[in-house]
Design a protein around this ligand. Structure first.
Ligand SMILES: [Fe+2]
Length: 585
């Protein structure tokens, strides 16, 4: 049975293909369209999934989308009766509804030579989120939590997963939302783009939560684990918020009202300097989020008495809060899959349908290698038109004798201070580069953060870089131990180790680590092992292979990014391209 799962007409549009309950392929549309967080109908991601599975549209038995207009219907009707929406808002909602219901038609339009003969299944947004975490987790039974902005009139859902079943025990409904709270503060702090919340999370450790008491009136905690916003500080419930979910980058107008500026002072505009007050507001927002998050997680743990938890939804990208779960609660194991945000709903929708139809659990996601891959021929073909230009620029192209030789040479280059574009195997699923489309550098160099920010990434200086660490060395270097294969948890680095790895140590001594296993990422593991043999440090600085764009997908894009920026070395598969300035030692 073949099921195509979709996150469509939503930020991070994505497709996933599941065959007999086993995930075959998954990718975000942004990687193909080259626009970050692309929202709309993910026709190129679908084309990739079909190609990877070797099937056509006519072979698809079921299509599942992570949105169901009938979900929480009584709540919707009750709310709309009490708060009639503006006509413009109503028309916009109806248009979006038609778009989602028209998905079978859009599939046929995207693949005009084939007929879609399968069945279309809408799946409630948060059920898809919960399924995307629990049904690929290693847990047979676990508490499950989904928190985001909004989906199907709810902003959070929680409960218990057992085998194929997920029982939702509680929800927070529109207009209350922790995701909206965090997004509104992100806008207020002068980060206007969809998905900028991680910048606030990165800024938070530079401040103190001086505004947390003030923010307590914005987010009120409930004894059942839920929360409520003081709506005086928001606009989304009473005004049509201009936003765009169709064919392009998602955009949102301001979600906060003038009352927020009266409470916290004037907003920061994007070009304004970041002052102490802004850092404190970021710290306070993170503290407020964590208070609500841990209230919910603790209540759920007490009620369920379970020790495993699986998280999803945009807020599950809050790796700082995730990393504190074991310290703050009785949960002992935490699972967050690679695409915890809305893209992940594509997997969750597909697996929900698979289990509804009686399918058994068939796969655990312990790696993120679900995207396109390119062979030696394709890499050579990408290089061919640039050989003259590369030669004129003094670049050389080499192919080491074997993998060990390649890893040793690259590790030596990193230890010598060079910056490496590392392009290997299948593109990662989810927002993090995990050793397949990565830029790698030496975590020991105090100046490396500055070098990367100015020479390659051109991004804000306060944002930290992440370490990819051999999984057997986590306990020795971090205060916590355990597998974090998708960079979804932040751990504290041991105090005596921090000075040894300044480029990946955040201002509060934390690191958003990726644990690297020889089983799931053998070449990356070999490379870090070679670096450890040379330096005694079992980790590399790992940042995504891009420059203010979606992470590169193809060898062409990798080469283009290499040529545009000041990377020293590009490794694509077995091929090494060296810039002359420094060369591999
Ligand atoms: Fe969501």
């Amino acid at each position: 049975m073949i099921i195509l799962g979709l996150n469509a007409f939503h930020g991070d549009a994505a497709a996933a293909l599941v065959r007999d309950g086993v995930l075959i392929a998954a990718a975000e549309e942004e990687r193909f369209r080259r626009i970050k967080h692309w929202a709309g109908f993910p026709s190129q991601a679908i084309a990739y999934c079909l190609c990877e599975a070797g099937v056509g549209l006519a072979d698809i038995d079921h299509v599942a989308v992570n949105q169901d207009n009938r979900a929480n219907l009584a709540r919707r009707i009750g709310y709309l009766a009490a708060h009639p929406p503006a006509p413009k808002l109503l028309l916009e909602r109806l248009r979006m509804r038609r778009e989602r219901e028209g998905i079978p038609r859009l599939l046929e339009a995207a693949f005009p030579s084939e007929r879609f003969r399968g069945t279309f299944h809408p799946v409630e947004h948060h059920l898809a989120h919960l399924s995307s975490a629990f049904h690929v987790s290693p847990f047979e039974q676990a508490a499950v939590v989904s928190i985001d902005g909004f989906g199907d009139f709810a902003s959070a859902a929680w409960g218990v997963g057992r085998g194929r079943q997920i029982d939702i025990e509680g929800r927070v409904h529109f207009p209350h939302s922790l995701g909206i709270f965090y997004q509104a503060i992100t806008q207020y702090l002068g980060f206007p783009h969809y998905g900028d919340e991680y910048k606030v999370m990165g800024l938070a450790p530079y401040g103190t939560p001086a505004f947390a008491p003030a923010m307590q009136q914005i987010v009120r905690l409930k004894p059942d684990g839920g929360f409520a916003l003081d709506l005086a500080y928001f606009r989304h419930h009473r005004e049509p918020i201009a936003y765009q979910w169709t064919s392009g980058a998602p955009q949102f107008a301001d979600l906060f009202s003038p009352a927020l500026e009266r409470l916290l002072g004037p907003r920061r505009r994007p070009d304004d300097p970041i002052e102490a007050r802004h850092r404190d507001i970021a710290a306070s927002a993170q503290a407020t989020y964590e208070a609500a998050f841990f209230n919910l997680v603790r209540v759920l743990q007490k009620r369920s008495r379970l020790t495993d938890i699986a998280l999803a939804g945009g807020c599950a990208m809050n790796s700082v809060a995730n990393g504190k779960i074991r310290r703050e609660t009785q949960f002992r194991r935490v699972y967050v899959q690679a695409a915890a945000g809305d893209a992940g709903g594509a997997i969750g929708a597909a697996l929900t349908v698979w289990h509804r139809l009686g399918g058994a659990r068939a796969s655990t996601m312990d790696h993120a290698d679900w995207g396109p891959q390119f062979g030696r021929d394709e890499i050579e073909a990408a290089l061919a038109p640039h050989r003259t230009r590369l030669g004129e620029a003094g670049c050389t192209i080499e192919v080491p004798t074997d993998e060990q030789d390649l890893c040793r040479r690259v590790a030596a280059a990193i230890a010598g201070g060079q910056v490496i574009g590392w392009f290997q195997g299948r593109m990662e699923w989810g927002p993090r580069a995990l050793g397949n489309r990565s830029i790698l550098a030496d975590p020991r160099r105090p100046d490396m953060k500055e070098i990367l920010n100015t020479r390659i990434k051109r991004r804000e200086s306060f944002r930290p870089f992440a370490p990819s660490v051999l999984e057997d060395a986590v306990g020795e270097w971090f205060e916590e131990d355990g597998a974090v294969p998708f960079m979804t948890q932040v751990f504290q680095i041991r105090e005596d180790k921090r000075a040894k790895i300044p480029a990946v140590t955040h201002v509060d001594g934390s690191g958003r680590l990726q644990t690297v296993s020889s089983r799931t990422n053998p070449r990356f593991h070999r490379l870090i092992t070679a670096f450890r043999e040379m330096t005694g440090v079992p980790m590399l600085l790992n940042t995504s292979f891009n420059e203010n764009e979606p992470i590169v997908c193809t060898p062409d894009q990798a080469l283009d990014c290499f040529l545009r920026t000041e990377m020293d070395v590009l490794v694509m598969g077995d091929v090494i391209v060296l810039r002359p300035r420094r060369g591999v030692q």
